[in-house]
Design a protein around this ligand. Structure first.
Ligand code: GLA
Length: 383
């Protein structure tokens, strides 16, 4: 490997910007969601695991009593004092938002200087923003000696993103970045925040998850993501339930008959069936029947493509060509409109599968995809 490591790059950026050594390093990972897409803001179920790719924050006390943050991509620090939503914009808002959310919850947040480095691909649906928020949140909690239990942390980072940044996202990404563990998938009930760490050591089964970045641009801060969320809320309201989580698959046909709008019907059907697919996936993983989750992954993709309408040609082609190359199952992961696909494959088929997808892309004139095998890594922590 050439070039500095991510912790090394964060430390160097800190020293360069502030002329002193950081007090410590904190890291938080990106994630892939194995299954359970757009279910989080419907009070439903998700099953992410943490990527080995992570964001590292080098952090030290700030003598001027303000907060400063820079990164390897933006070496000139953004500096702010006690802050309210709307004041800091651009990427610095994710950091200012975390400071604001902690203060708004009544915590005394230590003024710090931060330098960031990351190998989480940006704008690829792998939660680079949650990795950033979670690394900064964990550093502030540790350095300030703040009493914030692990189970409260994702909602604070989510608040930074919802209120300060203004993106109407659910709690999936921050939960994954903060609560995932190595060799485990995180089964999360997004209503109760109850979690279960599900064993997910695929190598022991001779299997692997291939992540294929479609390299198609991905964007959900406004527009389509917010539209999907509104449709789900409208469907729940029309059905007289607090959230689509409250509709079971047994009740689905009856519920669909009571919705008079075809778009709402399809959005609701995705959420209700997707929640069930998460539960079925968890049952299979609990009993060690890993290969059998393949058809659930593929069915999830079809539901996102046909009912929720959040896929694009590049991700559909990646799924199709991975399946034709022998994958047990494949689906888009993340918010949609580009981003990444994951495929469950025999471990020795990684190169062949990646090559099959690359060749399908070439035939269609798409930008080349980037593929790698993802192993479930640890959640946010001090290094
Ligand atoms: C984005 C959001 C999450 C979740 C996913 C879709 O990653 O940030 O809250 O809604 O999309 O599952």
């Amino acid at each position: 490997m050439s070039g500095p490591t991510i912790p090394g790059a964060a430390t160097a950026a800190f020293t360069e910007a502030y002329g002193t050594e950081p007090a410590g390093l904190w890291a938080a990972p990106g994630r892939v969601n194995l299954i359970g897409e757009h279910t989080d803001y419907n009070d439903g179920f998700v099953l992410p695991f943490a990527l080995p790719q992570r964001t590292v924050a080098a952090v030290g006390p700030a003598p001027d009593g303000r907060w400063s943050v820079c990164s390897t991509l933006a070496p000139d620090p953004v500096t702010f004092g006690v802050t309210e939503p709307g004041e800091v914009t651009g990427w610095g808002a994710y950091v200012a938002g975390v400071v604001w959310a902690l203060r708004d919850a009544g915590f005394e947040v230590p003024p710090v200087r931060i330098a960031l480095a990351s190998d989480v691909p940006l704008g690829s649906g792998l939660s680079s923003s949650a990795a950033l928020e979670s690394a900064v949140l964990t550093a502030l909690i540790d350095l300030g000696g703040l009493d914030v239990p692990l189970e409260r942390r994702p909602a604070l980072a989510q608040r930074a993103e919802n209120v300060y940044v203004g993106a109407p996202t659910g709690i999936l990404d921050q939960s994954a970045s903060i609560r995932c563990r190595k060799d485990r998938a995180l089964f999360l009930d997004c209503r109760s925040y109850r979690i279960e760490q599900i064993p997910f050591d695929l190598a022991a089964e001779g299997l692997a998850i291939l992540v294929i970045n479609s390299n198609a641009p991905h964007q959900h801060v406004d527009g389509e993501y917010g539209e999907r969320r509104k449709s789900c809320e409208a469907a729940a309201a029309a059905l007289g339930v607090p959230a689509l989580r409250d509709v079971s698959t047994a009740e689905l046909d009856g519920a669909l008959r009571r919705l008079d709008d075809d778009v709402l019907r399809r959005r609701a059907r995705h959420i209700v069936t997707e929640n069930q697919r998460v539960l079925d996936t968890v049952s299979l993983l609990r009993s060690g029947r890993v290969r059998e989750i393949g058809p659930l992954l593929t069915a999830s993709h079809a539901s996102m493509r046909d009912d929720f309408e959040i896929t694009v040609d590049q991700v559909d082609v990646a799924v199709q060509s991975a399946l034709e190359a022998g994958a047990y199952g494949a689906r888009m992961t993340g918010g949609g409109f580009g981003g990444c696909v994951l495929a469950l494959i025999d471990a020795d088929r990684a190169e062949a599968t990646a090559a099959a997808v690359a060749s399908a892309y070439q035939k269609r004139g798409f930008t080349a995809p980037t593929s790698w095998v993802a192993v479930a890594g640890p959640g946010a922590a001090r290094l």
